[in-house]
Design a protein around this ligand. Structure first.
Ligand SMILES: [Zn+2]
Length: 371
């Protein structure tokens, strides 16, 4: 396909930087979303993306060195309660050395080539695990360093899967042009690239992108080839402000052509944006008319009595992206944030948006094939 259309999604601006203009309907809707705090009674709790409990600081080297000698260690942490770090070496496995790490109430193994500097490797891996999103951190069982070169680290992570299974993810990092890093992240279901500014949010972003991608059924994930994080704002913002009649429009993320881009740093790499942008990427693959929506989606919009969200009113492409991610969350047994009025189940979605539900159902069942 030759189309270059890449759809934006409006960011949540801090109150002070919101434009002081009369908001349009779409802008009012976006602001309403920003301010809404879901009550637990109505909405399922949001996915945990909280800061990690353990912050391994610049003292990590000394702490790990002492822990290796069996000395009791307390690391500097954000909590009031200090947490311990314990490391013990396990029996070597051929050419590999293995360590058991106890940290913040969990245990995992680190396996490294025997001919590498163990202390240097642990200084690298332990803080890396410490910086993972909490939801991912709890599932780590083993990290195996495959290529320990300073410039191009490659590692495999075994995560706890369903029924005591272990899911292996491999991550390869290569330095790109100045200040940028590229990761290739693979698991059984395929692989994707993450391009981002090099820096300390790397580990968090790798784990977050991986985790968010797992919310999409494996059969669909291949549509997404690349996730980009750009430090600055979307240069197209002024144009979108005109198109959507929303002065001050600021993209949080854009999606299309097998790619999603998150603007203004790692902040916007969040579930609702990720799934919405994936909706654009996916919608495009089902279009035979060079649009961002599956054939028949406009008819569904015309037939159904209302839209899933106010933002969906912006265009058919936004309507599909919003409908897609809300439907996906419901399929996963969760209720999206910001939607106290529902729908709260797939059945309720189908009742309110019957034509949209029919198209989405045929996509998820694999009855409708990508173009
Ligand atoms: Zn969008």
């Amino acid at each position: 396909m030759t189309i270059t259309n890449v759809q934006p999604f409006q960011t949540r601006l801090p109150a002070a930087t919101r434009p002081a203009v009369k908001p349009t309907q779409a802008a009012r809707a976006a602001v309403a979303r920003d301010r809404y705090v879901p009550s637990k009674a109505v909405c399922a709790p949001a996915q945990a993306v909280a800061a990690p409990a353990v912050q391994v600081t610049a003292d990590a080297g000394a702490a790990i060195d002492a822990a290796l000698k069996g000395e009791p260690i307390k690391l500097a942490v954000g909590d009031t309660e200090p947490r311990g770090l314990a490391i013990r070496e396990l029996i070597p496995r051929g050419e590999l050395r293995a360590f058991e790490i106890g940290m913040a109430g969990q245990r995992f193994e680190v396996v490294i080539p025997a001919n590498t500097d163990a202390q240097a490797m642990l200084v690298r891996v332990v803080p890396m695990v410490g910086k993972l999103p909490a939801a991912v951190q709890q599932t780590i069982r083993r990290v195996t360093i495959q290529d320990p070169t300073a410039e191009r680290i490659a590692y495999a992570t075994e995560l706890a899967g369903p029924n005591n299974s272990l899911l292996t993810t491999t991550v390869r990092r290569t330095p790109e042009a100045e200040g940028k890093a590229k990761f290739v992240i693979s698991d059984r279901a395929g692989s994707f690239e993450l391009m981002m500014p090099a820096g300390e949010r790397e580990t968090w972003a790798v784990a977050q992108a991986f985790q968010l991608r797992t919310e999409i059924p494996a059969a669909m994930r291949g549509a997404l080839k690349q996730v980009k994080i750009e430090p600055g704002a979307n240069p197209m913002d002024a144009q979108w402000a005109e198109t959507y009649h929303t002065p001050g429009f600021k993209s949080a993320a854009t999606g299309g052509n097998g790619q999603t881009t998150f603007w203004s740093g790692t902040e916007n790499l969040q579930e609702e944006y990720f799934l919405h942008e994936f909706g654009h990427v996916l919608g495009q693959t089902y279009s035979t008319k060079n649009t961002m929506v599956p054939d028949g989606w406009e008819d569904a919009i015309a037939a159904d009595p209302t839209t899933v969200t106010d933002y969906a009113k912006s265009s058919p492409a936004e309507d599909f992206a919003e409908s897609f991610w809300v439907y996906l969350k419901l399929l996963n047994g969760q209720v999206p944030r910001y939607m106290p009025m529902g729908p709260h189940t797939v059945a309720e979605f189908a009742e309110r948006f019957p034509k949209r539900a029919a198209v989405l159902e045929s996509i998820f069942k694999g009855e409708l094939k990508p173009h």
